[in-house]
Ligand binder design. Structure first.
Ligand SMILES: Cc1cc2nc3c(=O)[nH]c(=O)nc-3n(C[C@H](O)[C@H](O)[C@H](O)COP(=O)(O)OP(=O)(O)OC[C@H]3O[C@@H](n4cnc5c(N)ncnc54)[C@H](O)[C@@H]3O)c2cc1C
Length: 234
């Protein structure tokens, strides 16, 4: 069913007017676009974004929508290296009056069940969880047992202030980590509390998602209880 919804959604292409961009932290930028009334998505989903204001070869990339629908904007937050790709150079050059094209939303990386949930972010993989936790706050889902384990080598962690604020307003518990070993220790605690009653969402670069999935499975968490959002390209 989700596959057919994605197929329908992927053909819905929309021009999103550019609002603003700013540096979120070292090497990370946020881009905001207008959201038409009828555009919606489930917090955690992604879209396919195409550069149209410049002619470039490789003009399309998938990005998580880091905002949630009631925020009234489409927000992308992305890493930009010191030698940005043609795509990143083009998106950084957006100005008033420019647009970007979005296809989607697509993907099944969103919260469905009211079961204990562990959100595991590696670096920029925090983007779908920002959206999900903002949605939890907006929906007043105080009964939902959600833990965020956020592994990031730089300090402060991306969105840390906002996440701290959200943690105060919701039942979501946030743990900031900077070592892989500490992530495994934090996972051990979640596994001993929830075992296969829990759902594990993992997002981030390919190597982090693969290592975390392997670890969870080695601790007897069933494959179908682990959801992955692999950010290829990092
Ligand atoms: C579902 C999803 C959600 C994402 N959300 C975000 C997000 O919120 N924020 C964010 O910063 N990034 C996100 N990404 C990653 C993003 O799409 C880009 O791949 C990334 O930003 C690198 O783009 P680039 O233009 O800088 O580098 P590129 O020039 O595109 O790529 C850098 C290197 O990665 C390789 N590569 C690129 N794409 C792939 C691929 N699909 N498979 C294997 N190798 C590849 C290239 O060959 C190149 O060597 C997401 C990816 C996916 C799949």
């Amino acid at each position: 069913m989700a596959f057919f919804q994605d197929m329908v959604s992927i053909f819905k292409k929309r021009e999103l007017p550019f609002i603003e961009s700013f540096q979120q932290s070292a090497g990370v930028y946020t881009f905001r676009f207008e959201k038409a009334e009828d555009v919606t998505w489930k917090a955690g989903q992604h879209g396919l974004f195409t550069i149209t204001h410049q002619k470039i070869k490789d003009h399309t990339r998938p990005f998580t929508i880091a905002s949630f629908p009631e925020e009234g904007i489409i927000q992308l937050t992305m890493k930009v290296s010191e030698q940005p790709s043609e795509f990143k150079k083009a998106i950084l050059s957006l100005e008033d009056g420019d647009t970007i094209k979005m296809a989607g939303p697509v993907g099944s990386f969103y919260l469905k069940e009211n079961t204990p949930t562990v959100l595991i972010a590696g670096g920029i993989g925090i983007t779908p969880f920002r959206s999900m936790i903002k949605q939890i706050e907006a929906d007043h889902l105080s009964h939902t047992q959600v833990q965020l384990l956020y592994l990031e080598s730089t300090k402060p962690h991306l969105f840390q202030e906002e996440l701290d604020d959200l943690a105060k307003k919701t039942s979501v518990q946030v743990t900031y980590l900077d070592q892989r070993d500490d992530l495994n220790k934090a996972l051990d605690k979640c596994i001993s509390s929830y075992s296969n009653n829990g759902r594990f969402f993992v997002a981030g670069p390919k190597s982090m998602v693969a290592a975390t999935t392997t670890y969870l499975q080695s601790q007897n968490i069933r494959k179908r209880h682990i959801k992955k959002d692999t950010f290829y390209g990092y």
